[in-house]
Design a protein around this ligand. Structure first.
Ligand SMILES: CC(C)(COP(=O)(O)OP(=O)(O)OC[C@H]1O[C@@H](n2cnc3c(N)ncnc32)[C@H](O)[C@@H]1OP(=O)(O)O)[C@@H](O)C(=O)NCCC(=O)NCCS
Length: 177
């Protein structure tokens, strides 16, 4: 784990070797934060948290692991998916230069305190510093749309059963306003 923000809550980069220590709590947060149909299997969470190419962030508040935001190369997610069409490519940008936000979840007891917003800010800064050219996500509700919207994400259509396709292109004057 590597501390990347200490500001009311602490945000860490989680590394593959951390998975064993955090998995029970991550699965618990996933269960509490998401409706059943959107919950993940432990196996797919494990695959994401143990992939060293991904950027997986975890947040602690009052010394309790309370949330996460995870993702990685959109190309990889698309290549592995049985539904590649849910990851539309961005014009002029290679899928491998796009960071896909696979999931963000905060334990309901900790929601509404700015932790999701801080996670998003740190995520965007790190993703940019890693050299990605854009970020995408599927937003399931108005709260995450609001948060991503504040950082310049634009809504680019609705994808059945997945949510609103959100896109942030770095250094694109038209897109980031
Ligand atoms: C979405 C989620 C990650 C946000 O995390 P959080 O720590 O609760 O969010 P924050 O406290 O940082 O920010 C919440 C923001 O949403 C706003 N908000 C609250 N209810 C809202 C609504 N119904 N519509 C629009 N915005 C809303 C708040 O005003 C706040 O914005 P502000 O800081 O500009 O005032 C968290 O609520 C969560 O885990 N939800 C369940 C799982 C989920 O939906 N994940 C995202 C899937 S794509």
């Amino acid at each position: 784990m590597e501390l990347v923000l200490d500001d009311g809550c602490r945000i860490y980069k989680s590394y593959p070797e951390d998975w064993k220590k955090i998995k029970e709590r991550i699965i618990e947060i996933d269960e509490k934060a998401f409706e059943k149909r959107y919950r993940d299997t432990e196996k797919s969470m494990e695959r994401i948290f143990t992939d060293s190419e991904n950027l997986n962030l975890i947040a602690y508040a009052r010394d309790k692991l309370c949330g996460y935001s995870i993702g990685g190369s959109m190309k990889k997610f698309k290549d592995r998916s049985k539904k590649p069409w849910i990851y539309p490519s961005l014009e002029g940008i290679d899928d491998s230069d796009v960071f896909y936000i696979y999931g963000t979840g905060i334990d309901p007891k900790f929601q509404g305190n700015g932790i999701g917003t801080k996670l998003k800010k740190v995520q965007i800064d790190l993703v940019k510093s890693m050299g990605y050219k854009a970020m995408t996500s599927h937003a399931l509700n108005d709260i995450i749309k609001h948060i991503e919207g504040k950082f310049g994400f634009k809504e680019k259509g609705y994808i059945e059963k997945e949510g609103t396709y959100m896109v942030l292109i770095f250094n694109d004057e038209n897109d980031n306003k």
